[in-house]
Design a protein around this ligand. Structure first.
Ligand SMILES: Nc1ncnc2c1ncn2[C@@H]1O[C@H](COP(=O)(O)OP(=O)(O)O)[C@@H](O)[C@H]1O
Ligand SMILES: [Mg+2]
Length: 305
């Protein structure tokens, strides 16, 4: 078991990203701090528009932070040489929400897997690449004979997402950022994809950021959780501690919205909070720099209601 004292592979320190204009700023990410650790999954949970994909794009270096920095294996990513930026880009891979639009409709599955191997694994010859493709398909539990020469539209959504995962794994990444990887899939195939993420984490020792609006799936894959709202992480820490003892009113609202047969809704958010939803949202959206520690690995941003 990896411990929290180990070095994070990838960390964000006080990272902010603002869109919009000076008069009308949109604080998509505000003073974000977290680390991703080998063999651990961190869930980033929040409703639509809270800033989750912005965090993913910051990690992928599609967005450059307005403030703060990323560190990879302890070294700042900003100002890194071209070679180390290339290494970073293969070490940090993304799995997208829509497996269809992230695959090229005119190319076979074989092409989708051989291309990253070509680019990032110069150690492999043709035979080595073919063997690696078979290994990758085995890892995502697909039968090579059934998928290798198919086009993306000939596969089901769940199979396509497995191909996206195999493609991400092709370059031997250390970090996977999965942005709502099951939200466009049939309910019946979601669990299979989540199990796959869990296997990758434990078997390959990957560091995972699992982004979702769905706390129930977060609990299934992640050891740690961050609850994001209006660009700020309002509560974070150990999954069990945050879910059994939520201390930020916004987290309690989010939990109250989740049907859970084991608990009553008003156990998550008391009536007086459910009656003040708009107040809580407004207060949670205001910038708040003061942090309160709840448990050894459980924190909230203070809120002035
Ligand atoms: N490239 C962009 N330009 C302008 N506004 C953006 C851009 N990307 C995101 N936003 C805004 O930032 C906020 C957070 O968006 P996003 O990160 O996509 O949230 P989520 O993934 O949680 O739904 C939203 O208000 C969104 O409209
Ligand atoms: Mg998003």
């Amino acid at each position: 078991m990896t411990t929290l004292s180990d070095q994070p592979v990838l960390a964000l320190q006080n990272v902010s990203k603002t869109f919009g204009s000076k008069e009308n700023p949109i604080y998509a990410a505000r003073d974000i701090n977290f680390g991703l650790y080998p063999g651990r999954t961190l869930a980033l949970v929040g409703e639509s528009g809270s800033g989750k994909t912005t965090v993913a794009r910051l990690l992928m270096r599609e967005y450059i932070p307005d403030a703060g920095q990323l560190t990879f294996r302890g070294a700042p990513v900003q100002g890194a040489s071209k070679a180390s930026l290339r290494a970073y880009r293969s070490a940090v891979q993304m799995v997208f929400q829509d497996p269809f639009s992230s695959l090229n409709p005119t190319r076979t599955i074989h092409h989708h897997l051989s291309r990253p191997l070509h680019l990032h694994r110069p150690d492999l010859d043709r035979k080595g690449r073919e063997a690696a493709i078979i290994d990758l398909l085995a890892r995502v539990q697909l039968d090579p004979a059934r998928v290798l020469h198919k086009f993306p539209h000939e596969l089901s959504g769940g199979m396509r997402q497995r191909i996206s995962i195999a493609r991400a794994l092709a370059v031997n990444p250390q970090v996977i950022v999965a942005d709502e990887p099951t939200s466009m899939l049939d309910v019946s195939v979601r669990l299979g994809i989540l199990n796959l993420l869990n296997d990758m984490k434990s078997e390959l020792g990957l560091a995972l950021l699992y982004i979702t609006h769905d706390i129930a799936t977060a609990r299934f894959v992640a050891e740690d959780i961050m609850v994001m709202y209006a660009g700020q992480v309002v509560e974070w820490g150990d999954m069990d501690s945050v879910l059994t003892n939520p201390q930020h009113p916004y987290t309690r609202l989010l939990l109250a919205a989740v049907p859970d047969p084991d608990r009553r809704i008003d156990a998550a958010a008391p009536q007086n909070e459910l009656a003040r939803v708009e107040d809580i949202r407004a207060a949670s959206a205001r910038v708040q720099t003061e942090v309160q520690q709840i448990a050894p690995n459980h924190f909230i941003r203070k809120i002035n209601l």
